[in-house]
Ligand binder design. Structure first.
Ligand code: PMP
Length: 319
């Protein structure tokens, strides 16, 4: 049986509300057309106490780009955006668990693009501090939609309809995640993560123009790979290249860096020296054990009785 978290609070309409009260009306476009754009962000406890969110500014910028592409006004400034996450973190954080935030602009007013009004809603879910175990991957018969139909570049819930179908297909075959191919039959990405492949010691990943989200985790991994001296290229990838790859991993804010142990039922080599090294470096950076200047961490909470530390933006509580 599913056991989904229902945290006590949600940020909605400019303030914290109880989970049960955070509802949308059936008449709004967010509900009847699935009209929204969103970001998933991850926060980690740092070794010396504070809790910090990975690449907050980049997520805010991508939210704005998604909103712009769907003609949804994004009225929140970066400070308000950060503040909404801080408020929710302060009400939900637990000392021993990390947290995943979903910040969504739901279209609450308007019709067919006229009079569009959106509300910033933030939900947050506790995450165990674990390094993900290797998974079995499949290639879906479902396809990533075209840039002229539903661009993968837009992070909107409707893009996840196909992802959902692919996951249902994968579950029937015993695979935990699925790869979506693009209109040319080449590799696009997974249902909620991007894909990395190693051949002859070099990492390859498809560029966004192959039908992948412009991933923030990939930006980080590209820089970390460079710092480790590992070649990293963005180039088109054939489906059959995956089947003969030396190593495969998925990456994303929520997926983090998860290694694959098989693809389409074919076992991958057990030794994963390149992607294991990259995975280790990623966790060192986001958990603050070995920070990297590119991996920006924004402090939004602290262990000291959940008191608020000095942050780069003044904290003003709105409730
Ligand atoms: N592709 C899809 C479809 C995703 O949902 C995600 C997760 N946001 C990613 C890729 C990875 O993006 P990011 O690294 O920015 O989380």
């Amino acid at each position: 049986m599913l056991n989904l978290q229902q945290p006590k609070f949600v940020y909605m309409g400019g303030k914290l509300r109880r989970w049960e009260e955070a509802t949308l009306h059936v008449g709004c476009e967010a509900v009847n057309r699935g009209l929204n754009v969103f970001e998933g962000l991850k926060g980690y406890w740092q070794p010396d106490g504070p809790f910090a969110v990975v690449m907050l500014q980049r997520h805010y910028e991508r939210l704005q780009k998604s909103a712009r592409l769907l003609h949804i006004p994004c009225l929140s400034s970066f400070e308000e955006y950060k503040n909404s996450i801080e408020q929710l973190a302060s009400s939900l954080l637990e000392p021993d668990r990390d947290m995943w935030f979903r910040t969504t602009l739901f279209v609450t007013e308007g019709h067919w693009g006229e009079g569009t009004v959106a509300d910033l809603v933030v939900t947050a879910f506790h995450q165990d501090k674990v390094i993900p175990s290797p998974i079995d991957l499949g290639v879906s018969t479902w396809q990533r939609s075209l840039d002229v139909a539903l661009p993968a570049r837009i992070k909107t819930s409707t893009n996840y309809q196909v992802a959902r179908l692919a996951r249902i297909e994968g579950r029937k075959r015993g695979w935990q995640e699925m790869i979506l191919l693009n209109q040319w039959g080449r590799v696009a990405e997974a249902t909620g993560a991007c894909i990395l492949m190693v051949r002859d010691g070099a990492i390859a990943t498809p560029p966004a123009t192959e039908g992948a989200l412009e991933s923030i985790t990939l930006e980080i991994l590209e820089v970390l790979a460079e710092s480790l001296g590992i070649p990293f290229v963005r180039r088109p990838i054939d489906r059959t290249e995956l089947l003969v790859a030396d190593e495969i991993a998925l990456c994303g804010t929520l997926a983090e860096v998860v290694l694959a142990k098989s693809i389409e039922g074919l076992p991958l080599p057990e030794e994963t020296p390149v992607l294991r090294a990259l995975q280790t470096r990623y966790f060192e950076a986001v958990r603050g054990m070995k920070p990297h200047p590119f991996v920006h961490m924004s402090t939004v909470g602290s262990t000291c009785g959940m008191a608020w530390p000095q942050t780069d933006v003044a904290y003003a509580r709105k409730t």
